[in-house]
Write a protein that binds this ligand. Sequence first.
Ligand SMILES: C[S@@+](CC[C@H](N)C(=O)[O-])C[C@H]1O[C@@H](n2cnc3c(N)ncnc32)[C@H](O)[C@@H]1O
Length: 277
Amino acid sequence: MNNLNVAPFVKWAGGKRQLIPQIKERMPKEFNNYFEPFVGGGAVIFELLPKKALINDINKSLINAYRQICHNSDEFIKAVNKLDAEMWEDGKKYYYEMRQHYNDKLMKSEYDVELAALFVFINKHCFNGLHRVNGKGLFNVPYNNSRRVSIDESLIRDVSAYLQGVTIVEGDFEEACKDAKKGDFIFFDSPYAPLNPTSFESYTKEGFDIESHKRLSKLFDDLTAKGCYCMLTNHNTDLINELYGGKDYKIDVVSVKRMINSDASNRVGEEVIICNY
Ligand SMILES: C[S@@+](CC[C@H](N)C(=O)[O-])C[C@H]1O[C@@H](n2cnc3c(N)ncnc32)[C@H](O)[C@@H]1O
């Protein structure tokens, strides 16, 4: 396992690369199964490479990409290379055609190897690797003017080799944790709580509203009672401190650089790493 070169194959908002050293320092020394119910781009699992693991996300296209890379890596690589080759003549026109094709397939629920290839191709050629959809669930991020290749083939093969031992599920975080038992380790990296909640809307960004944050903290309590090791990261906000403070949990505040903030004075932020052990 250690000779595999494994890393995220998509750019993903909220990627945890920056926090990896702090996460590793705080891991339980030993555990049975690893669960990552909000896997996103997978920066954490691809660093830890646990032997027995389950990953989950609510994003169907993302989970389809994990599944296709796991089971059909050759076909996936061929399909992505074809897209990269075909974009050569007129990148912009091609990107928008492929975005349309991707959305047509989404509407028909065609979760296949072609959709996985389109998903990764679009992720690498859209503005900032954003995943944004409109009210109908259609992807609407513009082209980033790049013609760089979408994948590193040897990385995809190593990701595929690693995923052979991983259970890949798609859905809500609560369901994904239902089989967690005493001695298992669950790493939670949910969508962020808002930094400056000025309205109810700010809690519903990405569909993860205040009720979801409450549901997650209840799950954290329930898994703690079962004897699971739990670690959770989020912004250092009042909501998060209300939900996890005053209990027998360790809350460490860590500094992070925020790339997306245009105000330079506000580029260093605080996150929390919460452990129940
Ligand atoms: C902050 S990102 C995780 C980033 C990840 N740690 C990484 O390094 O790339 C949060 C993820 O939670 C997923 N998500 C949102 N609501 C969810 C839900 N109710 N259940 C499971 N996953 C959900 C999103 O699709 C997103 O991929």
